[in-house]
Design a protein around this ligand. Structure first.
Ligand code: B12
Ligand code: SF4
Ligand code: SF4
Length: 347
């Protein structure tokens, strides 16, 4: 089948599977690999040790997938979320947009696997393997090479019409696909809104993040308590952060003014009552209850420790003194005790 043929079959499947845009690229060493290596050497990945372990395969995918020649790369927007969670356990906690639905690691991969089956029928004997996020693939570099967008100063891949609020997934294939996509030019220009808004100073310079300072890392990936000087800057973000994308001019068409760009939400009386209810539930629920309630959603990743840590920080930063008793009950907690005591000192 010609490249035109493969484009047509994917275009048809795209409608059904909800891809907003796609492209492809031969599998070569990522253009930004040297940057990635020096980023790791500076230790900017914090405790995400797997990023260093993944480096050799990221440079040469064939180490792990010897037949892989090319990658088909897909984007699915997460605003509005395509797979809303069946029940919403939290009504007012500030949760980043990508996490306000079911975990994309499952449903995005499932959608691409469906396409892999269709392609395997069209191309017998060829290999098709679907991935998103957790595999040793430098996805933003790949997306850029496949024409899905440019890498903005906030480090996200941005498309001039579709913004940056999309997940990236890919199908590795043994098909040799030459690309006819030109990487998109950088449209950031002189703008620095993302760098200016970042509450923790995580964007050190254009396209360079200190992940150890990013609220997304501190509230999701990290298994530690944040250093004291970062706790206040987290504000009311309970899980993840969207600020550097919310201010981006290229997302304004997507948001249509529906999102707040406040570093910390100024709460109405009703919002405050509802946030207290959310935080009380997190602070008092058992680990078992939390894993049952957040099963299949991104919030499960933080685990009971992470969710309670985040609730302590939000309660302190929003001065939820009504939760004093619940916070006190964590003072003797082996890992959270110090944070509980900090939270009490703030309210
Ligand atoms: C680790 C990780 C994080 C870390 C570190 C993020 C970071 N900026 O480094 C943390 C936990 C902080 C994080 C946060 C988020 N993440 Co994340 N994350 C990843 C993961 C697993 C690896 C990224 C990585 O290797 N980082 C190291 C840095 C150095 O690499 P990089 O950001 O990928 O950037 C490369 C290119 O941008 C390139 N580059 C930079 N400048 C230039 C210039 C040119 C010319 C070229 C060619 C390349 C280039 O250089 C870098 C190194 O090669 C990827 C999935 C994956 N397998 O790639 C998802 C991924 C990047 N995350 C994603 C998302 C959605 C998020 C959040 C929005 C979630 C949230 N709301 O909380 C935030 C966004 C915060 C932000 N501003 O980046 C999406 C990005 C989608 C997009 N449109 O860009 C990905 C691709 C997951 C997915 N499959 O959809 N994430
Ligand atoms: S996600 Fe939030 S904390 Fe992380 S770089 Fe963007 S604005 Fe800063
Ligand atoms: S906010 Fe401005 S500088 Fe940052 S990514 Fe968007 S356009 Fe680029």
């Amino acid at each position: 089948m010609s490249i035109q043929g493969i484009r047509e079959s994917i275009e048809q499947a795209s409608q059904e599977l909800g891809f907003s845009h796609f492209g492809w690229s031969p599998l070569q060493r990522p253009l930004s690999f040297e940057f990635y290596e020096s980023w790791l050497q500076e230790g900017l990945h914090g405790d995400m040790k797997y990023l260093a372990e993944h480096a050799p395969t990221k440079a040469e995918p064939q180490i792990r997938w010897p037949r892989a020649q090319s990658a088909l790369v897909f984007a699915i927007p997460y605003f509005p979320h395509p797979e809303p969670a069946a029940t919403q356990k939290l009504s007012s906690a500030r949760v980043s947009l990508y996490a306000q639905g079911m975990d994309y690691h499952f449903w995005f991969k499932e959608r691409m696997t469906k396409l892999c089956s269709q392609l395997s029928e069209q191309f017998p004997g060829e290999e098709f393997l679907a991935f998103t996020d957790s595999s040793p693939i430098l996805e933003r570099d790949l997306a850029r090479r496949a024409g899905l967008g440019w890498v903005g100063k906030n480090t996200c891949v941005i498309h001039p019409k579709k913004g940056s609020l999309f997940f990236i997934g890919e199908i590795y294939t043994s098909l040799q696909l030459t690309t006819d996509f030109e990487p998109l030019p950088d449209f950031c220009g002189t703008c620095t809104r993302c760098i200016d808004i970042c509450p923790t100073g995580a964007l050190l310079e254009p396209r360079k993040m200190d992940a150890r300072k990013c609220i997304s890392y501190l509230t999701i990936e990290s298994r530690q308590l944040p250093e004291e000087n970062l706790r206040e800057a987290i504000g009311d973000w309970f899980f993840g952060c969207d600020l550097c994308q919310t201010v981006c001019p290229w997302n304004q068409k997507v948001f249509k003014g529906q999102l707040s760009i406040e570093k910390k939400t100024v709460l109405s009386e009703d919002q405050r009552t509802s946030l207290i209810k959310d935080m009380r539930y997190i602070l008092t629920a058992s680990g078992k209850q939390l894993s049952r309630d957040f099963l299949g959603t991104p919030l499960a990743r933080a685990g009971s420790f992470g969710l309670k840590r985040n609730a302590l920080i939000v309660s302190a930063n929003q001065n939820l003194h009504e939760l004093k008793v619940e916070i006190e009950s964590l003072l003797e907690h082996e890992k959270l005790g110090e944070l509980a005591s900090w939270a009490l000192s703030k309210i």
